[in-house]
Design a protein around this ligand. Structure first.
Ligand SMILES: *[C@@H]1O[C@H](CO)[C@@H](O)[C@H](O)[C@H]1NC(C)=O
Ligand SMILES: *[C@@H]1O[C@H](CO)[C@@H](O)[C@H](O)[C@H]1NC(C)=O
Ligand SMILES: *[C@@H]1O[C@H](CO)[C@@H](O)[C@H](O)[C@H]1NC(C)=O
Ligand SMILES: *[C@@H]1O[C@H](CO)[C@@H](O)[C@H](O)[C@H]1NC(C)=O
Ligand SMILES: *[C@@H]1O[C@H](CO)[C@@H](O)[C@H](O)[C@H]1NC(C)=O
Length: 412
């Protein structure tokens, strides 16, 4: 896998940059949003993420234990692929926080399988058996099944010999009512279970795209008929303002990078932090210390909803990434649920942040596998755009001078 990765890197370095817009493959994606959301749904998503990121159970999940997790998917983006010959359409959720493709098997009798399209190898002339089993953890449950190899078509790009998981059982995923049949992981190959080469790598290895780069434009106001675009082979400058801010990947399994600071109302929530961009998460997850500081700065109880009339006067949450400040206004980080307002920033005790769709919806995100970096830019027409760190730095300087003055005054 490492070898494949190095080869990918070398080839992309040789190919250089400058893919024309005509080389981009645009895949329409759709947005699904839970219409009856509540604080419980938000907590269910936290429980789901705990399983996905393999985080031990703590008191927070005890509070919701016994609650149905049926609504753990608050919001997600999905699209169509085909598998087999003749191709059968499967709806998949695009997830940069995992790296395997899987769909339900024809002989899986779990409720989540029966309510979705199922893959039958007997009905595909290009199916090749693999013989290995696969188990993936999601939320409180997961899927288990076997590996299969077949032709997978993503936006008319035909990937030959793609190995993927076929779920024979899906237990406690609470995916019964979701619009997607399976998941298409877009994390690094190192994250893939059973060392399966993820579809995106094969797309590049089979020369279906000219650059090992993909990007997401997620429309915050998206719908089930138009939710945004997954662009394969590069990124589309028409979707964003100015230049991308790039940062190197700090650990190549998740899309993880260094975030120099997270700041709220002048209070530093963390410095030299780590963050992961995850399209399969709707929320923003914070490390516990940052989470505690955030709620004390907002002066609200993290276990309760907030007064909706106060939202507009709440401060902008600022992330400093690659020397640029990426702000999230309260209108985006506060979720308007069924009559209540809940802050969409939660914790599960990890030492990294997870920037989910609340963030990616506002900042067009480029996932550059070849150069091992991630780029962000304000989406065109955004309500709140990123800004160079200089202005921010001068605030920090003034703040430091003030602190220094304070110390001097105290000394005398
Ligand atoms: C489903 O099919 C797979 C592959 O043919 C087989 O390994 C598995 O035992 C079957 N499972 C059930 C529940 O029939
Ligand atoms: C698929 O083929 C296998 C043998 O290759 C057979 O045992 C199984 O019953 C078939 N299943 C279907 C649904 O056709
Ligand atoms: C796919 O696998 C077949 C054998 O199963 C092989 O002949 C072919 O070269 C492979 N194609 C690619 C693009 O890997
Ligand atoms: C099954 O798939 C894995 C992962 O792609 C691969 O390493 C292995 O060689 C495959 N096994 C067979 C028998 O094709
Ligand atoms: C974007 O980058 C180019 C090349 O580095 C530069 O010439 C241009 O001024 C930059 N644009 C903005 C808006 O910063």
């Amino acid at each position: 896998m490492l070898k494949a990765f190095i080869v990918l890197g070398l080839v992309s370095a040789l190919a250089g940059v400058g893919a024309g817009a005509d080389l981009l493959h645009r895949m329409p994606i759709y947005k699904w949003e839970n219409s009856v959301k509540s604080r419980k749904n938000v907590m269910s998503e936290v429980a789901h993420l705990r399983g996905k990121y393999n985080v031990a159970t703590t008191a927070t999940s005890d509070i919701i234990s016994g609650e149905p997790l049926a609504n753990s998917m608050n919001m997600y983006y999905y699209g169509q692929i085909t598998i087999g010959t003749p191709g059968v359409i499967f709806i998949v959720m695009f997830d940069t926080g995992s790296a395997n493709l899987w769909v339900p098997s024809y002989n899986c009798t779990s409720t989540a399988c029966l309510s979705h399209t199922q893959y039958n190898p007997n009905q595909s002339t290009t199916f090749v058996p693999n013989g290995s089993d696969i188990t993936l953890k999601y939320g409180t449950g997961g899927m288990s099944g076997y590996l299969a190899m077949d032709t997978v078509t993503v936006n008319n790009l035909v990937i030959l010999n793609q190995t993927f998981g076929v779920a024979v059982s899906e237990l406690d995923n609470h995916f019964d009512n979701v619009a997607f049949d399976g998941i298409l992981g877009m994390g690094f190959a190192n994250l893939a279970e059973d060392s399966v080469t993820p579809p995106f790598y094969n797309m590049y290895n089979e020369a279906l795209i000219s650059q090992p780069v993909f990007s997401f434009y997620l429309s915050i106001d998206g719908t089930t008929s138009m939710g945004g675009e997954l662009i394969l082979g590069g990124s589309d400058p028409n979707y964003y303002i100015g230049n991308m801010t790039y940062v190197p990947i700090s650990r190549d399994d998740y899309w993880q990078f260094d975030m120099s600071e997270a700041v709220l109302n002048g209070v530093t929530l963390c410095s030299n932090c780590q963050a992961i961009a995850d399209t399969g998460t709707s929320l923003i997850m914070a490390p516990i210390d940052a989470y505690t500081k955030l709620y004390s700065t907002l002066d609200i109880n993290p276990d309760a909803s907030v007064d909706c009339s106060t939202v507009s006067s709440m401060p902008v949450l600022k992330f400093v990434i690659g020397g640029t400040v990426f702000g999230i206004p309260p209108s985006y980080y506060v979720l308007y649920l069924d009559g209540e307002c809940v802050v969409g920033i939660q914790t599960m005790g990890t030492d990294f942040w997870i920037l989910g769709d609340i963030f990616i919806g506002q900042y067009y995100t480029e996932f550059d596998v070849g150069n091992n970096r991630i780029g962000f830019a304000s989406v065109s027409g955004a309500q709140y755009t990123n800004q160079a760190n200089s202005q921010f730095a001068s605030f920090t300087t003034i703040f430091s001078l003030f602190a220094l003055l304070n110390i001097i005054l105290k000394l005398y």
